[in-house]
Design a protein around this ligand. Structure first.
Ligand SMILES: *Cc1c(COP(=O)(O)O)cnc(C)c1O
Length: 386
C-alpha cells in the first residue's frame, strides 16, 4: 500500500456495529470475561487491553499508522510531543550516559538536555549540525545517543541524515531524530538509518490546532522500552486525542501538499521584497542545504522564515500589522501563523545560543496554512508596509 492508502485504511478491528469510520474508545479500563482471562491477560499469556494508561485501541490505531508511515516496526503514542522526546531520552539513557545533540533543536528539548537531565547524571554536548567534520570532537566513552532535528525549529537548518547515520553507526550511538517539521509524508529518517523517530503530533499531524500528542517510533525492542517508561510514568495519550490524530492522518498527504505549495510560493515572493532578507525555505535554491533537502525530503515543508529589516522593533510592528495571520504559539495549523521566536519559544534559551542557531532579533517564522495563497501574501504584504 502507498502512503496515502495506509494513512486512510489502517484501522482497528470493526466492532459488532460495523461502523465505517473508526470508533473511539473513551474508557479508563477494560472488563474481563472471568478471573481466568484476567489472570491470562495480566500474566501476558493472552493479549488484551487492561487499562488505558497501558494500551487503548484508539491509541493503538494511531500508533500502528505512524509506525507504517515511518516505515518502522512499532510506535508509542504520548500525551504531547515533549512527552515523546523526554521518553525517548529516559527509556534509553541512564546515569553516566552522554548525549551529542544538535544545537538547533526545539526550545523545550534543549532545556531537557541542558537543565533537567544533568540532575540525573546524563550530560549533553551540543554540536553544530551543519559541520559533520566536527561532530567526533564531542564524543566521549559514555556517548550513547545522537539527537537532532531536521528541518530545525525555527531556523530550518537541514541536517544530512546520511552523514548523521554514518556517524551514529560508526560510534555505536542511537540516532534519535525529531521529525516534527517534515512529518512522515515528507521525510522518513529510518530510511537513512535513524533508530528512534520522535514527533510532536500537535503540529502538522493534527493539522488543525485541536489536540496535543506525540509519537516515538522505532524497532520493537526500542519501542518496548519507551512503552514501559510511558506506562509506568503516565505520559500516555488520551483516547480522544489519539482518535483525532488517527483521523487527521487520513488527510495528511493532501494537506502537506498544499502547505508545501503555499510555503514555496510565499518564500519565492518574499525573496523579491525589499525590506526582507535571509528568506529560508528548504526547497528554495538559495537555502544553504538545498541539495541535502532535495535528497532527503519529498517537499520543503510548511514553514518559512525571514529576517525583517529593523530588528526587534520592526518584528513587533510587523506582527501588530497583520490582519489575518494568527499570533499564536502553534504551527502546522490550517490557519497561517506568524511568530517571533526570539521573544517566544526561544525566550528561555540563553541569547548566545540563539545566535549560534541563527535566531536573530528580526527573525519571523511563518507557518503557512491552507488559506488561499493570494490572501496569505496580501496580509503579509500589508504588514510589511506598516
Ligand atoms: C512543538 C514541538 C515539539 C514539542 O511538542 P508538544 O506537542 O508541544 O509537546 C517538539 N519538537 C518540535 C520540533 C516542535 O516543533
Amino acid at each position: 500500500m502507498k502512503f496515502e492508502t495506509k494513512a486512510i485504511r489502517i484501522q482497528t478491528k470493526r466492532s459488532e456495529h460495523r461502523e465505517h469510520s473508526t470508533p473511539i474508545f473513551p474508557t479508563s479500563s477494560f472488563v474481563f470475561e472471568n478471573a481466568e482471562q484476567m489472570q491470562a491477560i495480566f500474566g501476558g499469556e493472552e493479549k488484551g487491553n487492561i487499562y488505558s494508561r497501558f494500551t487503548n485501541p484508539s491509541a493503538r490505531e494511531f500508533e500502528e499508522k505512524m509506525a507504517a508511515l515511518e516505515g518502522v516496526e512499532n510506535a508509542m503514542a504520548t500525551a504531547t510531543g515533549m512527552a515523546a522526546v523526554f521518553a525517548s531520552f529516559m527509556a534509553h539513557l541512564k546515569k553516566g550516559d552522554h548525549v551529542i545533540a544538535s544545537r538547533a533543536v526545539f526550545g523545550s528539548s534543549f532545556q531537557i538536555l541542558a537543565q533537567t537531565l544533568p540532575n540525573y547524571g546524563i550530560t549533553t554536548t551540543y554540536i553544530n549540525p551543519l559541520m559533520p567534520e566536527t561532530w567526533s570532537e564531542a564524543l566521549n566513552e559514555n556517548t550513547k545517543m545522537f539527537f537532532l532535528e531536521t528541518p530545525s525549529n525555527p531556523g530550518l537548518a537541514v541536517v544530512d541524515l546520511v552523514k548523521a547515520s554514518k556517524f551514529a553507526k560508526e560510534n555505536n550511538l542511537l540516532l534519535n531524530v525529531d521529525n516534527c517539521f517534515a512529518t512522515p509524508y515528507l521525510q522518513n529518517p529510518a530510511k537513512y538509518g535513524a533508530d528512534i523517530i520522535t514527533h510532536s503530533a500537535t503540529k502538522f499531524i493534527d493539522g488543525q490546532g485541536r489536540v496535543m500528542g506525540g509519537i516515538v517510533a522505532g524497532n520493537h525492542e526500542l519501542v518496548e522500552r519507551v512503552y514501559l517508561f510511558i506506562r509506568r510514568t503516565g505520559g500516555s495519550i488520551s483516547p480522544f486525542n489519539a482518535w483525532v490524530l488517527s483521523k487527521s492522518l487520513e488527510t495528511l498527504a493532501i494537506r502537506m501538499d498544499r502547505h508545501c505549495q503555499n510555503a514555496l510560493s510565499l518564500a519565492k515572493w518574499l525573496e523579491t521584497q525589499p525590506n526582507v532578507s535571509n528568506v529560508r525555505y528548504p526547497f528554495l535554491e538559495s537555502h544553504p542545504q538545498y541539495e541535502i533537502a532535495k535528497k532527503q525530503m519529498r517537499q520543503g515543508g510548511g514553514i518559512v522564515t525571514f529576517e525583517i529589516e529593523g530588528g526587534i522593533e520592526s518584528g513587533v510592528n510587523f506582527l501588530n500589522s497583520l490582519n489575518m495571520l494568527s499570533l499564536t504559539a502553534n504551527l502546522g495549523d490550517s490557519r497561517s501563523i506568524a511568530s517571533h521566536p526570539a521573544s517566544t519559544t526561544h525566550l528561555r534559551v540563553p541569547n548566545e545560543e540563539h545566535l549560534k542557531v541563527g535566531i536573530t532579533e528580526g527573525l519571523i517564522r511563518i507557518s503557512v496554512g491552507l488559506e488561499h495563497i493570494d490572501d496569505i501574501i496580501d496580509d503579509i504584504e500589508n504588514a510589511l508596509k506598516w
